[in-house]
Ligand binder design. Structure first.
Ligand code: ADP
Ligand code: MG
Length: 372
């Protein structure tokens, strides 16, 4: 049975005062795929290891399907939790064959040796390793070894799968293929999954739900669409992919969730951005998603700003541009079907759906002091 995961006010302190996790809470329903996304050092591994029971938590409570596995009194050991884990470095037994590596993981289910081997053969077939069952891990490529680790996690198990950056040691094309397999197999088995990564494209591709970690705090949790369209903080916006950022003046708020704003500079025109008015602030920052920028001719009346093409790269499905704005700031990752040559002038049109306004909370007087 796939497990639900409840994490309540969990903190983890290393040594005397190093907070690796601070008051983290979330609920994950059975069968869902959660990706925890955050930069290096944000506490991802600590959180995953706490759920696994490898790490003891300092404060809070963790429950699997309603049963408490960790709090200030209880600590259920990893092998008594209904879960399995896939690590970045595969962690296979070097002296066991591929088949035995997988079959060994089933020992705890108390099956006969032949039944274990039969089940292991089936799952190895699923991950495309039928012809390697008698090989040893040292005879396999990195991608094949990670497939063995995946088979070992999946065999006889659909409770909870924990993944700690399983693709980060693999080449790009292999990474994409194995990512799709993880996505399909975990869902086919109806397992609950918690997957950690620092790679936002991996997170968006895999997740039903994304949780963003910053310095040990869970700063936002939501569907990929929610995180992309309404990031809770500038940090979340930056970490999930931007073309660039603009300092803007707020001309007026249209309603509860959008405003007309204008960047500085001679040729800047007003455009619409999404964002709640923090006491109707006069200034703010607009975080611009790559898909929200359209390139046009420099004389186009619809252009909100002007820029110069600094670089262009062919990407198969189009051309990716880097531009420099009139104030010297750069915008990157701007896709267009049309190639714009380096050095040419262009106009930028902003689509409000990918323009997120974070109003300044600093009082105006302080701002004018700053610019004085
Ligand atoms: P991530 O997986 O996101 O890179 P980690 O959970 O590994 O982050 O680490 C979070 C923070 O806790 C980091 O500052 C790290 O240096 C610290 N940390 C992790 N493990 C230990 C440990 N065993 N002892 C002391 N500090 C640790
Ligand atoms: Mg880590």
């Amino acid at each position: 049975m796939s497990e639900s995961v409840t994490v309540e006010n969990v903190s983890k302190v290393y040594g005397k005062s190093k907070y690796a996790l601070q008051n983290v809470s979330f609920d994950l329903s059975p069968g869902k795929f959660l990706v925890l996304l955050g930069p290096s050092g944000s506490g991802k591994t600590t959180l995953l290891r706490s759920i696994a029971g490898i790490e003891k938590i300092t404060e809070g409570r963790i429950a699997l399907s309603g049963k408490c596995v960790a709090d200030n009194k209880v600590h259920v050991s990893p092998n008594e939790r209904n879960l399995s884990m896939v690590f970045q470095d595969y962690a296979l037994w070097p002296h066991l064959s591929v088949l035995d590596n997988v079959a060994f993981a089933m020992k705890r289910y108390g099956l006969r040796k032949e039944d274990r081997r039969e089940a292991s053969r089936k799952v190895l077939e699923k991950v495309g390793l039928s012809s390697h069952v008698d090989n040893y891990p040292g005879e396999l490529s990195g991608g094949e070894q990670q497939r063995v680790a995946l088979a070992r996690a999946l065999v006889g198990q659909n409770g909870l799968l924990l993944f700690d950056e399983p693709l980060s040691n693999l080449d790009a094309d292999l990474r994409d293929r194995l990512r799709v397999e993880i996505s399909m197999l975990s869902r086919e088995m109806n397992a609950t999954s918690v997957y950690i990564t620092h790679d936002q494209s991996e997170a968006f591709a895999l997740a039903d739900i994304i949780g963003v970690l910053e310095k040990g705090c869970l700063v936002q949790m939501g569907t990929p669409e929610e995180i992309y369209s309404s990031p809770a903080t500038p940090f979340v916006a930056r970490f999930t992919g931007l073309a660039g950022e603009l300092r803007v003046e707020v001309e007026h708020f249209l309603n509860d969730n959008s405003a007309v704003v204008r960047s500085f500079g001679e040729n800047a025109k007003p455009f619409i951005a999404l964002g709640k008015g923090t006491d109707k602030a006069k200034f703010g920052h607009v975080m611009v998603r790559p898909a929200a920028v359209q390139l046009c001719s420099v004389t186009d009346d619809n252009a909100h700003m002007r820029a110069t093409i600094k670089d262009v790269a062919f990407r198969g499905h189009g051309y990716e541009h880097v531009v420099m704005l009139e104030d010297g700031a750069q915008f990157a990752n701007i896709l267009s079907h049309h190639k714009h040559e380096r050095g040419t002038g262009v106009g930028l049109i902003f689509n409000f759906e990918g323009c997120i306004l974070f109003p300044d909370t600093t009082p105006d007087r302080e701002l004018s002091d700053l610019s004085a």
